[in-house]
Design a protein around this ligand. Sequence first.
Ligand code: ADP
Length: 464
Amino acid sequence: MRFNLRTRLSISYIFVAMVCVMLISLAANLILERQFQGYVRGNLERSHRLIIERIRQQYLQTGGLRKEDIEAVGIAALEQGMILQIRDGSGKMIWDATVHNNGMCHQMLMHLSRNMLSRYPNWKANYKENRYPIRNNFKTIGTVTIGHYGPFYLNDTDLDFINTLNRILTVITLLVLMIALFVGWWMAKRIGDPIVRVIDSAERIAKGDYDLEHFEATQIKELYHLTHTMDALAQELKKQETLRKRLTADVAHELRTPLATLQSHLEAMQDGVWQLDDRRLQGLLDEVTRLNRMVKDLNKLAKYDRDHEVLRKTKFNLSELVQQIVYNFEPEFSAKGVTLSFQGDPLWVEADRDKMSQMIINLIANGLKFTPTDGKVEISIEGNGSEAVLYVRDNGIGIDAEDLPYIFERFYRADKSRNRSTGGSGIGLTITKAIVEAHGGRIMVESQPGRGTQFVVALPIHAA
Ligand code: ADP
């Protein structure tokens, strides 16, 4: 059977509270009962001593035991549940409660037995009599017989005390139950509400709705993590979804042109409008080559999207890495007749070495691609406060001002390069920028058409 959290918690709280209250009541009743019985017995003994003492006092005041004098003592004792018989030294009865008022004695005993039965339903009436001698200067001046229910009995005050105590315990029990109910409900609300919201959000995410409202802050650590993870999950999924949509749209857009060209050219040849000659076949082959290159680049992008979040950072000298890449590029540069130079101080960074290489290769490769023969590409590294700044400068074709803001976008190629056979797919700079930003750096570009381009990459230095 499945209960919701609120019911479950409330039941648990009530259960714990009930057990506590029951244990406390039990302990209170057991301990108090024993103490209380001891107290009542002590009281009874004290009353007996007091009665004897008062009779003795009467004797001392009047020099004998007279009925009129001791009657007050007997009546007071009767009111407290004791039936007195007082005899003088010769054994002659002076005052007897049953003789004085037998009806009242009877009534009083009935009343006490009712008291006792109300508290102890199994109580058996046990009437007993204690006989005490009354002495003065070692002389027995009389005897008193005190009859009462034994070994103890509860008069109205005693019973009131016990009943009040039980009433207090009952009220406390009710109060504790109410508090338990409230605390259970409140706790369940505090724990349950965020969980319900997480469930809601998960259901919405499952339906493809990633625009979740932000979760309210909760004081419970685990729930705080849970809601935050949920937030992060939604955001990540949203990002992935946007990427996927954009990629699909971009790919469709990129494929459309070469495929349309291929189709129209092939149709023209089929219809006999165009002759099938080497030049046209070459044109078709170029388009196919371009498609092929694009598919390869798409693979690169897919790979990058897959593992761009994971940075395997190590500490290394950035200048050394650039020097190595420059060295590898030299044959390609000299083949095209473009000069490549590098200068830089040793600067240590903590970064993903592979991704840094990819970023530097992209920039140098673009320099080579967009700089004509006899041009030059200069690379330098400088320390600037807490940053290592990499400059990749060329005196190539440059980028038009209207293209400049978009060159880091996916698949964006400036018109000039679009027409060139060297043109790539416009993915290199997108990846380059993402790598720099993933490392907490910035990338900037300045360019003048016909005069050249400079890329500036600033990366945090690793404080050795
Ligand atoms: P790709 O080089 O594959 O076309 P990139 O993302 O690397 O894609 O570059 C995007 C566009 O930015 C290029 O097509 C080109 O128009 C322009 N570009 C990049 N680097 C340079 C450069 N050094 N000189 C001139 N234009 C450049």
